[in-house]
Design a protein around this ligand. Structure first.
Ligand code: ATP
Ligand code: MG
Length: 229
């Protein structure tokens, strides 16, 4: 079997009696670098992320994450796996009554939580804000803190659903810097994005979803070469 960190094999998913949202999805996504997931709104990008980390179960097919069969794992084993592959959900993700540092430290082993949180905040140049509450900093900064929180878990792989949606250009650029910093540290990530500027400048690889299946999976260079034909 391939050692790709994320593998979908013949995956189908629908909600109730609705149409198939994911319809025969097969893909092997390599660990290295940044893989951007693109596709129109409603094509199933967020559903793909939730299937990847076992928050949703497929109706058919198999999903493997870091070599583990996510589609059939019990919740306890899944939460351990999610600690190695944090998933940054679409929209805000911080607890508003905790400081930024406390948010990053949340769930880490108590004896090392503070040190690891501070280190992750420093890695993303956020240490000056560590004592602030989320609603006292900008949405971009909150997103960077969410990335720091993922980083503090010393993950093997990261999934991010639209990390820059709703941010202005400058704020998005700050989040992109944080993503590049992760890449510099050797961390691979799957990133859902509508931001073509980001896809163009940051993606190593593109996965295009269409009608619930893979319309393209390959290098960003070949993706854009094909579109521009
Ligand atoms: N929990 C759910 N119950 C019912 N339908 C759902 C559920 N989650 C997603 N869907 C449907 O599945 C389809 C795909 O949704 P999804 O959120 O994955 O799209 P998306 O590609 O992430 O869109 P966007 O770019 O707007 O975020 C949509 O038609 C959506 O309405
Ligand atoms: Mg979505």
């Amino acid at each position: 079997m391939s050692n790709a960190p994320l593998i979908f094999e013949g995956v189908r998913k629908r909600f109730g009696q609705g149409p198939w949202v994911i319809d025969g999805l097969s893909a092997e996504i390599p660990l290295e670098g940044l893989t951007f997931v693109v596709g129109r709104s409603g094509e199933g990008k967020s559903v793909l992320c939730r299937l990847a980390v076992g928050l949703l179960k497929p109706d058919a097919g198999e999903v493997s994450l870091l070599g583990q069969p996510v589609h059939q794992m019990p919740e306890g084993a899944l939460s351990l796996l999610r600690a190695q592959t944090p998933y940054l959900v679409q929209g805000p993700a911080l607890l508003d009554w905790l400081t930024l540092e406390e948010n990053v430290a949340l769930g880490l082993p108590a004896s090392e939580a503070k040190a690891r949180a501070q280190e992750a905040l420093r890695a993303l140049s956020l240490e000056a804000w560590s004592e602030r509450l989320p609603h006292h900093v900008s949405p971009a900064l909150q997103k960077r803190v969410a990335i720091a929180r993922a980083l503090a878990r010393q993950p093997k792989y990261l999934l991010m659903d639209e990390p820059t949606t709703g941010l202005d250009l400058e704020a998005a650029a700050q989040v992109h810097q944080a993503v590049l910093e992760l890449k510099r540290q050797g961390l691979g990530a799957l990133i859902v994005s509508h931001d073509w500027n980001a896809v163009r400048h940051l993606a190593d690889r593109v996965l295009e979803l269409k009608s619930g299946a893979v319309a393209f999976l390959g290098s960003a260079r070949s993706f854009f070469a094909q579109r521009e034909k």
